[in-house]
Design a protein around this ligand. Structure first.
Ligand SMILES: [Ca+2]
Length: 247
């Protein structure tokens, strides 16, 4: 039997405690296209500040420190800056009575920004076809094996095509094995050395056998196929044109 003080029965019910605020991390899946994912991060809230484990954020915010397996429990801002990211806090829902929460968006200092300059010029005298899907082909900071597509609509009979190539601007294809490119799931496209190189704006062309092309929709598939021993986080194709030379 449990003994209760008599006063217990006569006191007002204690006020319901305010729920603990939760912490959410919003990260760009494809920033130029405005696509984001949101993940809840285990965190404690004391005195107006969130505290969390570096390991729980390093899963999403790739950085050399996260890869070392090093952990620390610290205020959120310290953890994010330690990982090399710049946080932006949305505190507008912290006082929400039902679901108090804060959303933090993190930007990498070297995050991709849409190129201000167009590097790719159409080839004179040829048919230059722009992709019908949105650019860029974004395969950076994604898991190995991630795929992306690029589609071109051809309005010419393939037998009239004498030469075909994909003209493109590639960022950060470090080696041919990093990028596997196929046309219509069957024709392997050789990654030419002209598009290979660390950093931005490698302008080049990938030759395509004209017999592999069809009138109508032609879809290229790009794979982030190899992270080269965890030394690279992927690549981006920022511009592309399918160039067809006819008679
Ligand atoms: Ca790369």
């Amino acid at each position: 039997m449990r003994v209760m003080p008599l006063s217990w029965f006569y006191e007002d019910e204690p006020q319901r405690r305010k729920p603990q605020p939760r912490l959410f991390l919003k990260i760009a899946v494809n920033e130029p296209a405005g696509l984001y994912n949101t993940f809840e991060i285990p965190a404690d809230y004391y005195d107006g500040r969130f505290y969390c484990n570096l390991n729980d954020l390093a899963v999403f915010l790739r950085s050399p420190i996260g890869r070392l397996g090093y952990n620390m429990y610290a205020p959120l801002n310290q953890v994010i800056t330690c990982l090399g990211y710049i946080p932006t806090y949305d505190r507008s829902n912290l006082d929400d009575p039902e679901n108090p929460r804060m959303i933090v968006t993190c930007k990498h200092p070297h995050a991709y920004e849409a190129p201000k300059e167009i590097y790719l010029k159409p080839t004179p005298g040829a048919t230059n076809i722009e992709p019908s899907d949105g650019m860029p082909v974004w395969l950076f900071d994604v898991p190995v094996g991630t795929k992306a597509k690029l589609t071109f609509d051809i309005d010419i009979a393939p037998r009239k095509i004498k030469k075909a190539w994909l003209a493109m601007v590639a960022d950060d294809i470090d080696a041919p094995i990093e990028a596997v490119i196929t046309l219509k799931d069957k024709t392997d496209i050789q990654v030419d050395k002209s598009v290979i190189g660390e950093g931005e704006n490698h302008l080049g062309r990938l030759n395509i056998p004209p017999t592999a092309l069809l009138k109508g929709t032609n879809t290229f598939e790009f794979v982030f196929a190899d992270n080269l021993g965890d030394s690279t986080a992927g690549y981006i194709i920022t511009e592309a044109l399918l160039v067809l030379e006819t008679d």
